[in-house]
Ligand binder design. Structure first.
Ligand SMILES: NC(=O)C1=CN([C@@H]2O[C@H](COP(=O)(O)OP(=O)(O)OC[C@H]3O[C@@H](n4cnc5c(N)ncnc54)[C@H](OP(=O)(O)O)[C@@H]3O)[C@@H](O)[C@H]2O)C=CC1
Ligand SMILES: O=C(O)C1=N[C@H](C(=O)O)C[C@H](O)C1
Length: 265
């Protein structure tokens, strides 16, 4: 049994992870961290039966008490770097779904993981459909140089653009570069700043935040008299759980940084 602690255990993603880990015969949920539900039962906070595990609000103390092999983190972009430092320094493997780490921060944490002999797995998106969408976008990129990304999320999401949109743009740009294909020149001048969205690797990215959405993305390619639209919809946070469970089971076998779910597929 792999001993697992969930950081952000009472959040939208954390509570799904609590349920998924509890239901998996190869995993043992041993602790959880919440800032606002300290002392509450982790199962009850996740909307299931009591599991007899009280949540703490201090990650280091929870790790010292519960002795997990793997910590799963779904917290906030502001908190993730420090959380990872705490876990990796204590020799705990990490599965990170929290967005917001820069490439430089990921590399730095990867070195810390390697120095401590543990695995650090980071994925901006754990759903298989989203991974395939990114792969297909990269495949199309050398042939269709005009591309824009629209990502649509619930209105409580703290960051924009989404980690998935950033990674998609990076994958598209890398595929183009590898094929020696150029990005299409941009002609439009904004008469209102921001009208054409943000740009990641010269690719326009538009972020929509509305109640009702969970996590959705479209990658729009335009050609001469044709359009190619790739769309992925996470309609339920259960869509991320097979990827999270896979990562928990694999992370101890990969010392240092592993980035992106496709590396484990
Ligand atoms: N990789 C993927 O596939 C996915 C990634 N995400 C990402 O996961 C992250 C969490 O998303 P979501 O579950 O919707 O967010 P929520 O706001 O629902 O949950 C965040 C959790 O983090 C806790 N928290 C807040 N601040 C801190 C802190 N400083 N230290 C420790 N814990 C803290 C909160 O505790 P409390 O409630 O007690 O304040 C809460 O439990 C986001 O970055 C999101 O983009 C989301 C979905 C899929
Ligand atoms: O905050 C979310 O909800 C999600 N965050 C991740 C991201 O920023 O890409 C993954 C998914 O889109 C859901």
């Amino acid at each position: 049994m792999i001993r697992v602690v969930v950081n952000g255990a009472d959040g939208r993603m954390g509570s799904e992870v609590v349920k998924a880990v509890t239901a998996d015969a190869e995993l043992a949920l041993v602790g959880g961290v919440s800032l606002t539900h300290v002392g509450e039962d982790i199962g009850v906070a996740a909307g299931m039966q009591a599991l007899g595990i009280s949540m703490g609000n201090n990650l280091a103390a929870v790790l010292d008490t519960c002795h997990p092999e793997v910590a799963v983190d779904f917290t906030t972009p502001d908190a993730i770097y420090e959380n990872a430092e705490i876990c990796l320094t204590k020799g705990v493997h990490m599965v990170v779904g929290t967005t917001g780490l820069t490439a430089v921060q990921r590399e730095r944490l990867g070195k810390l993981a390697a120095a401590n002999g543990v695995g650090l797995f980071i994925a901006p998106n754990f759903s298989i459909g989203a991974v395939l969408m990114m792969r297909f976008a990269a495949e199309a990129a050398p042939y269709l140089p005009n591309v824009e990304i629209i990502e649509l999320h619930h209105n409580n999401k703290l960051d924009a653009p989404s980690g998935t949109a950033i990674l998609t743009a990076e994958r598209v740009a890398a595929a183009r570069k590898q094929a020696g294909a150029a990005a299409a020149p941009a002609h439009t001048q904004e008469s209102l700043r921001g009208a054409r969205g943000a740009t990641v690797e010269d690719i326009p990215v538009h972020s929509v935040r509305l109640p009702g959405y969970v996590a959705h993305q479209q990658v729009l390619f335009g050609g001469q008299g044709e359009l190619l639209t790739l769309r992925h919809d996470s309609l339920d946070r259960k869509s991320f759980m097979p990827g999270v469970l896979l990562a928990i089971k694999k992370v101890s076998g990969h010392t240092g940084l592993t980035f992106g779910l496709e590396r484990y597929l």
